[in-house]
Design a protein around this ligand. Structure first.
Ligand code: PEP
Length: 265
């Protein structure tokens, strides 16, 4: 099955309003009109409105980096899925390893956040991935399987097919400059797809996109995207540099044989 490639930029905790406008403008002006790659920008909450306004009516979609499970209430510092919807978000990252490692996110809270994201009509980008220690101990698949199982508990097949993207992000590759090799990524992506087929059915698994994330750069995109089960990228650091991000999009399009090249601005 042909899946539409998806490249999402996770800006993490970066960007003033001015910087956000400059990055978004550069991406919008240089992205080819007919890009077959779905492009998503996930800025921090403070500039979602600003970036959302700039993306209105454009092909690039807005995403958030996190959402609380309750729709509203006394949860100081949190943002809910309906609030994100209200700002025009279409996507929301859930269970990023920085949230799991630095902010005490657990499999149980990831499941609740994902459920809220889906219930409010957003598409979830569910992040899974192993640490270096877990990989060295041969536990990579056991860890990822457990994360998938916990996060997707209770999610119906139709919903998974329509509203889910999985991001395989080995923790040791995030922000380190050391990406997984194309073979390492493909091995885990194919295991994820097999697991999805067992959980949701083959047709659904074939339609769910699995992104790779972890030090994706223009130089390594072509190799990674040439893998049959790698359907795009979740890009951190390089998504803040418009030229690099555009180059990643163009390489993704080329690797997936879709008509797209970076237009000169
Ligand atoms: C990320 O934050 O999801 C990520 C993959 O970061 P980086 O591309 O900087 O490794």
């Amino acid at each position: 099955m042909k899946r539409r490639p998806i490249v999402a930029g996770n800006w993490k905790m970066n960007g003033t309003q001015e910087q956000a406008a400059a990055i978004t403008h550069q991406i919008l002006t240089s992205l080819p009109q007919n890009s077959q790659v779905e492009v998503v920008l996930c800025p921090p909450h403070t500039i979602l409105g600003k970036v959302g306004d700039l993306l209105k009516g454009k092909a690039v979609l807005l995403g958030a980096q996190n959402a609380h499970w309750e729709p509203k209430g006394a949860y100081t510092g949190e943002i809910s899925a309906p609030m994100l919807k209200d700002l025009g978000c279409r996507y929301c990252i859930v269970g990023h390893s920085e949230r799991r490692q630095l902010f005490g996110e657990t499999d149980a809270s990831v499941r609740k956040r994902l459920r809220a994201v889906l219930d409010h009509g957003l598409t979830g980008i569910l992040c899974v991935g192993e640490t270096l220690e877990q990989r060295q101990q041969g536990k990579t698949w056991a860890v990822i399987q457990a994360q998938l199982q916990a996060a997707l508990e209770g999610v119906e097949s139709a919903r998974a097919a329509a509203q889910m993207v999985i991001a395989y992000e080995p923790v040791w590759a995030i922000g380190t400059g050391q990406n997984a090799t194309a073979a390492q990524a493909q091995e885990v992506h194919s295991q994820i797809r097999r697991w999805l087929a067992g959980r949701f059915g083959t047709a659904q698994a074939d339609s769910i996109r699995i992104q790779y994330g972890g030090s994706v750069k223009p130089e390594n995109t072509a190799d990674l995207m040439a893998q049959p089960d790698v359907d795009g990228a979740l890009v951190g650091g390089a998504s803040l540099e418009p030229a690099a991000f555009l180059s990643i999009i163009a390489s993704t399009a080329q690797a997936k044989e879709t008509p797209c090249s970076t237009a000169s601005s």
